[in-house]
Design a binder for this molecule. Structure first.
Ligand SMILES: [Zn+2]
Length: 115
């Protein structure tokens, strides 16, 4: 049983690496990489984008090529908001005398907005 997917990178088959070379002498090609689906492993996640791409570069190439269609899946025409308590500013000083300010932000209540 073959348990793999082909990389979805639109130019995966154009990267000049030895592992992509396939075919017999005189009719060699650069072929899209296979991604083994290690479904029997405990760490396997079905929705991981790396199940579909051999590298982050191929994932980026895919996203750049199809970005309009990707965002059309879940368009965001208004911003989302997360209710928070009033932020608390705190001035700190290191042992070397350097002073810096940090802001503590605490979420308010339960987030009821969809992702
Ligand atoms: Zn690829």
């Amino acid at each position: 049983m073959s348990n793999f997917k082909w990389c979805h990178g639109p130019s995966c088959h154009k990267d000049k690496t030895q592992d992509r070379v396939r075919g017999s002498k005189g009719s060699k090609v650069l072929r899209t990489r296979k991604i083994k689906q290690q479904t029997e492993r405990s760490w396997y996640r079905p929705n991981d984008f790396m199940n579909y791409f051999c590298s982050v570069g191929c994932y980026n190439n895919f996203a750049h090529k199809h970005i309009e269609r990707i965002v059309a899946i879940a368009p965001r025409n208004t911003p989302l908001e997360t209710p928070i308590e009033d932020p608390i500013k705190e001035t700190n000083e290191t042992n070397y005398g350097h002073r810096y300010t940090s802001t503590h932000i605490k979420l308010k209540g339960v987030d009821t907005q969809a992702e």
